[in-house]
Design a protein. Structure first.
Length: 201
C-alpha cells in the first residue's frame, strides 16, 4: 500500500509543471490587428499551404530593395514599412492570387486549346489586376491606420498609373505564365517577377 501511495504521489508531482511565461509582444509589431481579427483568421486558414509565404517574402524583399534604391542603404530601411508589405502579401494577396488561379483554370479549361492563354491574359490584365492593386493599397492603408477616405483617395490617385505601368510588363510575363508554367507554380513565378516590379515602382 505504501508503495502504491508513493507512486501516486510521484505522478502528482510530475503533473505539476511550472506555468509558462507569456512572451512579450514586440513593440515593432504593434501596428498589426488583434489576433482575433479577420486577417489572422485568413493566415491561419492558409498555414498548411505554401502560398502565403511566397508573396510575403517577395514583397518584403522588393520593399527592402526599393528602400535601398531610394538612398536609405541596405540597413537604413523602415522596418514598419517592410513588415506592412510582408503582411499584406501574406494575408491579402496570397489568398486572392491562389483563389484567382484556381477560378481561372475552371472558367478557362485546357479544352479551349490556343484560346485559353489569350483569354486568361485579358482577364488577368483587366479585372484581376484592378482588384489586386486596390487590395494592395487598401491593405497598406489599413495597416497605416489611415482614414477610409484617405485610402479611397490614394487608390483613385494611383489606380490608372499602376494599371498603365503594369501593361508595360505583365502581358509579356504572362505569355510565359499561361503557356509554360503549371498552375501550382504560377504564384511562385509571378512573385519572382514581383520583386523586380515592386522595386521599379
Amino acid at each position: 500500500m505504501r508503495g502504491a501511495h508513493f507512486e501516486s504521489s510521484l505522478k502528482k508531482k510530475r503533473k505539476k509543471k511550472k506555468p509558462k511565461k507569456k512572451k512579450k509582444i514586440i513593440s515593432h509589431l504593434s501596428f498589426l490587428p488583434p489576433k482575433d481579427c479577420f486577417f489572422f483568421i485568413i493566415i491561419h486558414h492558409h498555414l498548411n499551404d505554401d502560398e502565403p509565404s511566397a508573396p510575403g517574402i517577395s514583397y518584403a524583399l522588393a520593399d527592402w530593395s526599393a528602400q535601398t534604391c531610394e538612398g536609405r542603404g541596405p540597413f537604413g530601411f523602415s522596418h514598419l514599412r517592410l513588415l506592412r508589405c510582408c503582411f499584406v502579401g501574406a494575408a491579402f494577396l496570397a489568398p486572392l492570387a491562389h483563389t484567382y488561379y484556381e477560378f481561372q483554370d475552371w472558367i478557362f479549361p485546357d479544352s479551349l486549346g490556343l484560346w485559353g492563354a489569350p483569354l486568361k491574359l485579358c482577364l488577368d490584365q483587366s479585372i484581376y489586376a484592378a482588384i489586386y492593386n486596390c487590395v494592395f493599397f487598401f491593405g497598406i492603408g489599413l495597416l497605416r491606420r489611415d482614414h477610409p477616405k484617405r485610402i479611397v483617395a490614394d487608390i483613385k490617385d494611383k489606380f490608372w498609373q499602376m494599371m498603365r505601368a503594369g501593361w508595360k510588363l505583365w502581358p509579356f510575363v504572362h505569355v510565359i505564365t499561361y503557356t509554360i508554367i503549371p498552375t501550382r507554380f504560377k504564384l511562385l513565378w509571378v512573385d519572382m517577377v514581383e520583386v523586380v516590379w515592386v522595386t521599379y515602382l
